[in-house]
Design a protein around this ligand. Structure first.
Ligand SMILES: Nc1ncnc2c1ncn2[C@@H]1O[C@H](COP(=O)(O)OP(=O)(O)O)[C@@H](O)[C@H]1O
Ligand SMILES: [Mg+2]
Length: 257
């Protein structure tokens, strides 16, 4: 079972868009996929379910990742099959997750253990979506995965962002998982890329500073991608011939999923 976290401590760099599209793409190809939503904004839960899980006080409360992390539930009580897509399941989030940060600050490997306890063969791939910052949620998300894909949108500060994420990953590897060889950075993914502007320079700079890490796949800035996620649909359904759909298919292949 591959466990991949999509990370950058900033918002708006296409993490959720990438997780949602990969998940739908993989599951429709028969890959048994689990998405874990580790962002209190719950954007990927919305993208896959087309509705936001209710928050505390909102009547009947189906268990979410909050319940799992804070210890009241087991994994099989929280995993939700996503009705629209075969082979796709979700551990949903809602805004309550923000409160979990404090409670799990001393349990940085909680998610990792929960994922390790999943029965063999239940899932082929776990995709973890993260929010902003390096809080205990992000630490749990990083420690839960074996591989990290660092998401980068071209701009002046992209090299700093990569350096920061590399530091976060090393920190989790050395201080949390103690002398582990995971998580390892599987690749740097350039997204929201405008083919007419800085992308070429950016690629060169990243390749120079991080040899071997930049993925060949570039996710273009593509209106169809934005439209699809806004309608809680994947690009493969909304515009299967678009550049965005081709790019995400290429990413599936390049990651060997
Ligand atoms: N490749 C893309 N082309 C155009 N718009 C995109 C693309 N990727 C993401 N977006 C849009 O950018 C915004 C932020 O993307 P999102 O995936 O939510 O980022 P993050 O999860 O890192 O905060 C969203 O409005 C989304 O629709
Ligand atoms: Mg997001």
């Amino acid at each position: 079972m591959r466990k991949i976290v999509f990370t950058n401590d900033k918002g708006g760099v296409g993490k959720t868009t990438t997780v949602a599209n990969l998940a739908v793409g993989l599951s429709t190809q028969g890959v048994k996929t689990l998405v874990v939503d580790m962002d209190p904004q719950a954007d990927v839960s919305f993208a896959l379910l087309a509705q936001r899980p209710p928050e505390a006080g909102g009547g009947y409360l189906p268990p979410t990742i909050y319940a799992l992390l804070t210890g009241h539930y087991q994994m099989d009580q929280v995993i939700l099959p996503v009705p629209r897509y075969p082979s796709l399941s979700l551990v949903p989030a809602n805004a309550d997750l923000a409160d979990a940060a404090l409670k799990i600050s001393r349990r940085p490997t909680r998610l990792r253990r929960l994922l390790q306890d999943l029965p063999d063969g239940l899932f082929d791939v776990v995709l973890i979506d993260t929010g902003k910052g390096l809080d205990p949620l992000a630490v749990n998300a990083l420690a839960g995965a074996d591989e990290g894909v660092v998401m980068v949108a071209p701009g002046r500060l992209e090299l700093d962002a990569i350096a920061r994420m590399q530091e976060h990953v090393s920190l989790v590897r050395d201080e949390v998982l103690l002398q582990s060889d995971v998580p390892a950075i599987r690749g740097i993914l350039l997204t929201l890329a405008d083919p007419f502007s800085v992308t070429k320079d950016t690629r060169m700079r990243i390749r120079e500073r991080y040899p071997g890490l930049l993925l060949e796949t570039v996710i273009p800035k593509n209106n169809d991608l934005q439209k699809a996620i806004g309608r809680a649909r994947s690009i493969f359904e909304v515009a299967p011939e678009s550049k965005g759909a081709r790019a995400y298919q290429q990413l599936i292949t390049e990651l060997g999923l």
